[in-house]
Design a binder for this molecule. Structure first.
Ligand SMILES: Nc1nc2c(c(=O)[nH]1)N[C@H]1C(S)=C(S)[C@@H](COP(=O)(O)O)O[C@H]1N2
Ligand SMILES: [Mo]
Length: 393
């Protein structure tokens, strides 16, 4: 593709914030300290987790950069950056969460395969760009279409990065056409993050944002879009990011028995305390994030300071000063809520958080019950142990 290229080595990587904890260097995978996530409702770009499967692409010439649209349409089309910028611009505040968030904790029961993530493979940003529904309309696919006349049912996004899992080919993924053409689903071709042009790590010049869905479907460095009959056959749709039951292991796995994971389930994490932290006895402010996929709001966050025997409800908020009501019309419907509760902690204990979403889905208690060989979607109750220390800590 003229204008955009995918390097085959790591000699041209961008610089990154020194606070990030690096889980893998090449490809670069890193997450911020958990405390950074509750310092602000919108996560600063430099502290936003970075999840890559290859070297970061480069824009040679933004004037020549364009997205090719092919597949089951009458006439293939090229959209230049300026064409996309000319469409109405939307700012959507959406939480992006990697399906592998909290994977390391899943390995504790039985080993899982994949990049080890702590609790910060998640972030909340304001994404600015054109709606995919408007772009598809421009090329002749009307709003709210689930199937085109020529049998197109899915929209495939193809990047330019060279991924080992694809034998050096690009990263790709797809979403159903019905979601892509639904303006309410807020699927974006985004060129801005938090009011600034996307940076290279997050997909410059253009990326897909699929709100409410695992991060893997929000393809960065978009190169082409295909209208296709079956869902994308790429590695990351068919051989990864699928949820298997605990009985499936590498000896008996049959990939095509499961659908690619799309929506993420209800999740919450305590971010104001590290595990096994020493604290002074007395008042402690507990805060963290809670989020659910598929446009479900957060109905409740329960906190226990006695290892799950008794529970108290935390306060939830998005923007300070505005009360949060699950699924309320003034909410950011695709964004996390932050929660907080101040409690008295007299002795060493285990603190737990669990959230309930607007469909009354609740996080599972034990990680063992949702163990899966790829270590995805660890949404088990989040626990931190605190030790009371009386002297200088
Ligand atoms: N082209 C491309 N897009 C991609 C990926 C990738 O490796 N290459 N990783 C995906 C995964 S698994 C996640 S979780 C998100 C991470 O987005 P971020 O790095 O902006 O946080 O991007 C997705 N889009
Ligand atoms: Mo991911």
């Amino acid at each position: 593709m003229p204008g955009l290229s995918g390097p085959s080595d790591y000699s041209q990587e961008p610089s990154r914030h020194p606070c990030l904890h690096i889980n893998a260097k090449e490809p670069f995978n890193a997450e911020p300290p958990r405390s950074a996530l509750v310092s602000s409702y919108v996560t600063p770009v430099e502290l936003f987790f970075k999840r890559n499967h290859g070297p970061i692409p480069l824009v040679d010439d933004i004037e020549r950069y364009c997205v090719d649209i092919n597949g089951l349409i009458e006439t293939p089309k090229k959209l230049y950056f300026r064409d996309i910028r000319m469409l109405p611009k939307y700012n959507v505040t959406a939480t992006l969460q990697c399906a592998g968030n909290r994977r390391t904790a899943m390995s504790i029961t039985r080993k899982v395969k994949g990049v080890g993530w702590n609790v910060s493979a998640i972030g909340n940003a304001v994404w600015g760009g054109a709606k995919l529904a408007d772009i598809l309309e421009l090329i002749g696919v009307p709003k709210l279409t689930s199937s085109t006349q020529s049998g197109g049912k899915h929209i495939e996004f193809v990047s330019i990065d060279k991924c080992e899992e694809e034998n050096g080919g690009p990263y790709k993924a797809s979403i159903p056409l019905s979601q892509a053409t639904n303006p309410e689903a807020d699927v974006l071709l985004a060129y801005e993050m938090n009011g600034e042009p996307l940076n290279r790590d997050h997909g410059y010049p253009l990326r897909v944002i699929v709100p409410g869905v695992i991060g893997a479907r929000s393809v960065k460095w978009l190169d082409s879009i295909n209208i296709i009959a079956e869902e994308c056959q790429g590695f990351f749709m068919q051989k990864d990011y699928k949820m298997f039951p605990p009985s499936v292991d590498w000896g008996n796995i049959s990939w095509n028995t499961r659908k690619p994971q799309m929506d993420f389930p209800v999740q919450s994490v305590i971010c104001s305390l590290e595990d096994a932290q020493s604290i002074k006895p007395g008042k402690v402010r507990i805060s963290g994030y809670a989020v659910s996929g598929g446009c479900r709001g957060i109905e409740r966050v329960d906190v226990s300071i006695d290892g799950g025997k008794t529970w108290r409800e935390a306060t939830r908020f998005q923007k300070t000063g505005t009360p949060y009501i699950a699924d309320g019309i003034s909410n950011d419907k695709w964004a996390w809520v932050l929660f907080e509760l101040t409690v008295d902690i007299p002795q060493s204990t285990e603190i737990i958080a669990k959230a309930v979403d607007s469909a009354a889905n609740v996080q599972p208690e034990k990680v063992q019950d949702i163990w899966n060989l790829r270590g995805i979607l660890n949404t088990s109750w989040h626990r931190v142990h605190v030790r009371i220390g009386h002297s200088n800590m």
